[in-house]
Design a protein around this ligand. Structure first.
Ligand SMILES: NC(=O)c1ccc[n+]([C@@H]2O[C@H](COP(=O)([O-])OP(=O)(O)OC[C@H]3O[C@@H](n4cnc5c(N)ncnc54)[C@H](OP(=O)(O)O)[C@@H]3O)[C@@H](O)[C@H]2O)c1
Length: 355
């Protein structure tokens, strides 16, 4: 069996010090699969959870970390028709992107446009597909909706804020006739630097709240003139739960993607509010979805990603890179994210010795 290098974890899981670059089996593409030589991969919070043994790897998925990548096609499995050796691509993976090579279904790959850098391409799939399915599929976002995005400066948060604006939830100068309200998009974060930045970017937040020092439910009550939030996108869970329920408007929707602060429900949140407001609460994880679902053709993913990739040429939705690391500094990259320092994406470049 041919070998490749990959970021591995001593003992299979553990602290950041357990990450190292070692040798493992190089994947072989089977029917309908494409082997890609990776140039860059995006870091995701889920990688940190998986390293710590807190995120079980879905059955049949590589135990190597990594959910998104950019690279060149190097080998084709039987029956592959969409790609040729040498094509520049990027894509979503259920795992395995912290490596020199990755095997993926031909349907999961996207062509990397020439204007898009390897780093930008690798930073897009996980966050923007998540943002799209969260707001459009589950949230059913529409023009005039008030949206609240927690962890606004995270990879997912920045994608969601821009997606909300682009979906017409926040047409700043426009008043929705039946409600006579101005739509808002409120982002929460922990520092003034993050909050200022979120309001400064094109298609950024209209309002921001420091959840550590301010009561975000009271703030959105004021900014929506008491109407409340139509869509909450939450990755925080426990500490925000009661205030999220308080923040939601009649017929509000809340989409739960993670529980960074813990998973126990607060007893302060009385059930009556759920009935009287007719709330809908939806959970989701992209990684546990079937291959068919993840193939971007479903649910308009492909069209949406085209908007994002066009954006780095100047369009309405774009990716923001916090920092790029060589993969020899993978431990520092994980530390930077664990310390909540990133505003946007951390991307890692692979210095490969193989062709
Ligand atoms: N379900 C899905 O399909 C799906 C898909 C993608 C990502 N996710 C989840 O979405 C979350 C964000 O992912 P990411 O890769 O974009 O993360 P990221 O860039 O690492 O950002 C996470 C941010 O969350 C905030 N945070 C951390 N702990 C917190 C706490 N206890 N209370 C409040 N805020 C906290 C921090 O920002 P502040 O400094 O502002 O607090 C941190 O920078 C992760 O939990 C990830 O697992 C879920």
């Amino acid at each position: 069996m041919s070998k490749m290098r990959a970021v591995l974890i001593k003992g299979g899981q553990g602290p950041v010090e357990n990450l190292y670059i070692g040798e493992t089996d190089k994947p072989i593409p089977t029917k309908g699969q494409v082997l890609v030589k990776i140039v860059a991969f995006g870091l995701n919070r889920t990688d940190l959870a998986q390293r710590q043994g807190k995120f079980p790897v879905p059955p049949g998925v590589s135990s190597i970390l990594g959910l998104e990548f950019s690279g060149r096609v190097t080998e084709l499995g039987e029956g592959v028709t969409r790609w040729a050796v040498g094509d520049e691509v990027f894509g979503l993976a259920s795992g395995g992107a912290y490596a020199e090579f990755i095997n993926c279904d031909e349907g999961l790959l996207l062509k990397k446009p020439n204007h898009l850098s390897w780093v930008d391409a690798a930073s897009i799939p996980e966050n923007y597909i998540t943002a799209y399915q969260t707001l459009v599929k589950y949230g059913e976002v529409k023009k005039g909706d008030h949206v609240l995005v927690h962890a606004g400066a995270s990879g997912v948060g920045i994608a969601a804020i821009q997606t909300a604006r682009e979906s017409g939830s926040c047409v700043l100068a426009e008043y929705v006739s039946h409600g006579a309200h101005r739509a808002t998009i409120t982002a929460t974060a922990s520092t003034t630097e993050k909050l200022d930045w979120l309001r400064s970017i094109p298609n950024g937040a209209t309002h921001t709240v420091n959840y550590r020092t301010e009561d975000f439910a009271a703030e959105v009550g004021k900014t929506t003139n008491g109407r409340g939030i139509d869509i909450v996108i939450d990755v925080v869970g426990q500490s925000h739960w009661a205030k999220n329920i308080q923040s939601l408007a009649i017929d509000g929707r809340m989409i739960m993607l993670a529980a960074l602060s813990g998973g126990n429900l607060s007893p302060q949140s009385t059930l009556a509010r759920y009935f009287t407001k007719r709330l809908r609460i939806q959970g989701s994880t992209l990684r546990s979805r079937s291959l068919q679902y993840q193939i971007y053709g479903d649910l308009g993913f492909r069209n949406f990603i085209d908007k994002v990739t066009g954006a780095n040429g100047g369009g309405p939705i774009r990716t923001y890179i916090h920092k790029v690391y060589p993969w020899t500094e993978i431990q520092s990259a994980h530390r930077e994210m664990a310390d909540n320092k990133n505003i946007g994406k951390i991307v890692v470049e692979i210095q490969s010795v193989r062709t």
